[in-house]
Design a protein around this ligand. Structure first.
Ligand code: FES
Length: 130
């Protein structure tokens, strides 16, 4: 039994026992992220989770747009609250390995969370005001 990102048309009635999950990856499936290999990122993450035998530890969910299209493809790690930008299939694999070591994929961090989101650099401060 493994955790999988949902793709279009997949059965929406799946019920996993998620006890023991240590990381939940929210993989953006919005149109901008899909244009930037979002599906390939999701597949690479899934393959690496399987390869590492980490299906019970890392759960994934495909989301709609997360509001940072210019940083596509976006992946958010819960409960860390870390947002990752410009994710590629290669970066997705590296992220899984880093998470299993209790680390971050530093070179792709867009926001960190410590009670509120904080931009890792100038880039995360750009955008329309909400
Ligand atoms: S489509 Fe992914 S952030 Fe907008």
């Amino acid at each position: 039994m493994g955790a999988k990102a949902k793709s279009k048309g997949e059965d929406a009635m799946t019920t996993w026992n998620l006890q023991g999950t240590v990381s939940h990856l929210l993989i953006c499936g919005g149109s901008s992220c899909r244009k930037r290999k979002g599906e390939e990122v999701a597949e690479a993450i899934e393959r690496e989770i399987e390869k590492q035998g980490a299906e019970a530890l890392i759960h994934t969910t495909e989301t709609r747009c997360n509001g940072r299209c210019s940083d596509a493809c976006i992946v958010i790690a819960y409960p860390d609250g870390v947002w990752y930008r410009e994710m590629t299939p290669k970066a997705g694999k590296a992220l899984v390995r880093k998470l299993l070591q209790g680390e971050r994929l530093d070179e792709h961090v867009l926001y960190t969370y410590d009670g509120k989101l904080t931009a890792a650099d100038e880039r995360g401060t750009k955008g329309k005001k909400k």
